[in-house]
Design a protein. Structure first.
Length: 330
């Protein structure tokens, strides 16, 4: 029998301290199970927070890290009807534990994807692109030519937002932190579809919406909090909506009283995990996955800037993820 290597942890803490590369014997899939070989799996901020014990989802120990992957079906149990050997699959649910060479999953927890889709795109499809998709669809009814604004524009979600906006003919303004290679980053985000990219300092002083004759954004996405969030909400049109989906600065969101009263701005939160649970087998969810897969196949949607690291070098990968500046000449 074969050996499976997995990244497991049995207590909360810093990933490099609590994660171990563990070897187990590979079993055979039961009736409704599928044996898969994991081809690629990403590290999301939520994976790190889950290991640290700072995420509202608590695994049972020992747990295998990771929530996303793309895997190849190696063999199927005798009652499996929808999946076949050689097919590529991605998780249909969260918490499967994907940082492993092989795994046995229930058929119903997997979703097939075309083998034509790139490994990086498939492995990162279910969290960030879906978050961008839902936030663009579910809060404000946007029409072609409308504008959205977001901070953390170089984040994986941010890159997805710019690409979807381009496909749907929506203008998007991205805000990023300043850095030495800022010109290169701006160019990259514009190549993905951003209409304008400004630093936090530039947007504070900017009269850009007037100068460039851009419409005031009707929708803002915030993954930073603190001053950055207040600043982007300041640019919203009357009755605009700001959706907070992350808190990278760990600072609270401060809403301007005047913006609430005189501009009737609304503040919302969004959590993909909740949406997926509440819409688990919905046609909306199926439609979203197929629309995203179509965009990927057409070359209109690419994975975020990334680096592939072998499982054994997980410490390097985690360190890089914690330290990642989004775009540093990679
Ligand atoms: P990435 O790791 O790809 O990007 C992180 C982003 O945060 C980068 O743009 C980075 O900018 C920025 N950032 C980090 N620290 C700070 C700081 N102190 N101040 C300002 N900006 C900062 O992340 P993801 O796209 O995967 O996720 C982004 C956020 O969204 C995370 O908080 C994540 O948990 C959350 N998220 C939430 C979801 C939901 O359902 N609510 C779903 C998916 C993600 P820089 O390059 O300048 O460091």
């Amino acid at each position: 029998s074969k050996v499976v290597k997995s990244l497991k942890y049995s207590k909360h803490g810093e990933p490099v301290e609590v994660i171990e590369l563990v070897e187990d014997q590979l079993k055979n899939p039961k009736e409704y199970e599928v044996l898969v070989k994991v081809l690629a799996a990403p590290i999301n901020p939520a994976d790190i927070n889950t290991i640290q014990g700072k995420y509202p989802v608590k695994p049972t120990f020992p747990a295998v890290g990771g929530n996303e992957c793309v895997a190849e079906v190696i063999s199927v149990g005798k009652n499996v009807s929808k999946l076949t050997t050689g097919q590529h699959v991605i998780p249909f649910t969260t918490g499967l534990g994907t940082w492993t060479t092989h795994a046995i999953f229930a058929e119903e927890d997997l979703m097939p994807v075309s083998n034509k889709i790139g490994l990086a795109e498939a492995a990162t499809l279910t969290v960030n692109p879906c978050t961008a998709y839902r936030m663009l669809k579910d809060f404000v009814e946007l029409s072609p030519g409308d504008c959205v604004i977001q901070n953390g524009a170089n984040s994986a979600v941010g890159q997805a937002v710019h690409q979807l906006c381009k496909s749907w003919d929506i203008k998007s303004v991205g805000i990023v932190r300043n850095r030495p290679d800022i010109a290169e980053l701006k160019k990259y985000l514009k190549s993905l579809g951003a209409t304008e990219v400004l630093t936090e300092e530039e947007i504070r002083a900017s009269t850009m919406f007037k100068e460039k004759q851009l419409p005031r954004p009707r929708l803002a996405f915030n993954c930073v909090g603190g001053k950055s969030a207040t600043e982007i909400s300041r640019h919203l049109a009357d009755k605009g909506v700001m959706v907070t989906y992350g808190g990278m600065s760990r600072e609270p969101v401060v809403a301007s009283t005047a913006a609430l009263i005189f501009k009737d701005i609304a503040f919302h939160g969004f959590w993909m995990t909740r949406w997926s649970k509440e819409n688990y087998n919905s046609s909306q969810r199926t439609h979203m996955f197929s629309e995203l897969c179509d965009l990927i196949e057409q070359g209109k949607f690419v994975a975020p800037v990334h680096e592939m690291v072998p499982l054994q070098k997980f410490k390097d990968a985690v360190a890089a993820a914690l330290d990642f500046k989004g775009f540093a000449g990679k």
